[in-house]
Each structure stands twice: as structure tokens, then as C-alpha cells.
Ligand binder design. Sequence first.
Ligand code: ADP
Length: 240
Amino acid sequence: MAKKIITINNLKKQYGNQVVLNDVSFEVNYGQIVGLIGPSGAGKSTIIKLTLGMEKADSGHSEVFGVHMPNRKILNRMGYMAQSDALYGSLSARENLTFFAKMREINKKAIEPEIDRVAQVVDLTEHLDKKVENFSGGMKRRLSLAIALLGNPQLLILDEPTVGIDPALRKQIWEELGKLRDKGCSILVTTHVMDEAELTDRVALLINGNIIADDTPTNLKQQYGVDSIENVFMKAEGDM
Ligand code: ADP
């Protein structure tokens, strides 16, 4: 049986009268890229925050590496990229990366080469010594992703990692995610870009607080009799 890296059981969440998550369950298995897709406001970030224990669910629970969340030690074993960038504007990109590398307890000698490696993945090498407050939105996203990649974590949780990033670099980033997966990294990634969903090993479709389908892109397209995940989505939404 596949090794479970994330298990989410019956998460429910309401903000005031608004039910954001009805009853959400799914899993991320070892060495898989799982895409959580849904329109803006569908509840993707909420699932991630509840999974990590950053917000409290009304009911249900989640486990990461078999440990009930929240758990600080487990958080140190993963790379997490939030939807909003949490960066120090007055510091350079290199200083930001150094700060987070120290927090991740990366060996002092390994920090410099590690920063060079992750900067290359997101194409920020030339901008490492510029202050982050002068970065564009896309550059900030790229730096946040580089921070998540520090230290080759066994699990990556990426909330809309490619927003504001141009198509060529977007492709490069997805290729890198594929390589990391092939080395045994497990990745949960949210996106509202349907063609990115085609690049995952499994897709969970989130509509109105429910996961209405969860399968490989190929199986989903077959099941709905269409040729793209975008059309799966349209059909699934139409069926509701
Ligand atoms: P997504 O990530 O899919 O864009 P979110 O999980 O961010 O969606 O948000 C889902 C819904 O929950 C939205 O309608 C949003 O306005 C609402 N929401 C999220 N966080 C809060 C909060 N702290 N208080 C009230 N409403 C919230």
C-alpha cells in the first residue's frame, strides 16, 4: 500500500454563516504531486491552513508523516509556501534565504551552495543581492518558492506557487517539481490554473466546499469523456 504523507479526515470549517468546507477528506501519498484545484475562494488555502494546524477546524483532523497536527517539529520537516508572501522587504533576497536556511537548521557550510541552488531553480541568481522591497510580485513569489525548497524537504506544500510568473519560468518550475517528486518528495500544490493540473499525479477538484472528484488527470478526463481538466471542471460544475 502507498505510504501516506498527508491524511485529511472530514475537515469542516465555517466562517460566521459561510460554510467554507463541508466535509473534506483526501490523502497525499509518498512521491506524488497532488493538485488541489478550484476557483478562487473555493477553500483551497483554508484546507492547507487547517491541515497544518494554522487554523482550527470545526471538526475533523489531519496527520502529516503520521503525526497529528499541529506539530512544530513536523513543520520544520516541510517546505511551505503561503498564498501571501512572508518576506523581509528591507533585506536582500540572499539575506532572506539565509534567515530561513538558519531557521531550517541547515548546516552553516551548506547554506551558501544551497542558496545558489534554489535561486537557480526560480531564476533569481542575478537578483540575489537586491532588496526585496524592489521586487515585482512575480519575483516575490519566486523567492517564496526558493525558500520553500531550502534543504530539500520531504514534503512541499505550495499555495498558488506560480501566480504572476511568466509561462517559460512556470514550465521550468513544474519540471523541477517533477524532478523532486522523482526523488521521493511529496508535493501538495493548489492552483486555479487548469492546465497546471494536467501536470500532477492526482487532482482533487474542490467546488463549494466539497471535493467532487479525486483521481489521476487521465482517469478524470476519461470518466467525464473530455480532453482537458478544464473541461472536467466545467462538466463537474455543471452537474452540481
Ligand atoms: P482559495 O484559497 O480557494 O482562494 P480560501 O480558502 O482563501 O479560498 O477562502 C475560502 C473562503 O473562505 C472565501 O470565501 C474567504 O473569503 C473565506 N475566508 C477565508 N479565511 C477567512 C477568515 N479568516 N475569515 C472569514 N472568512 C474567511
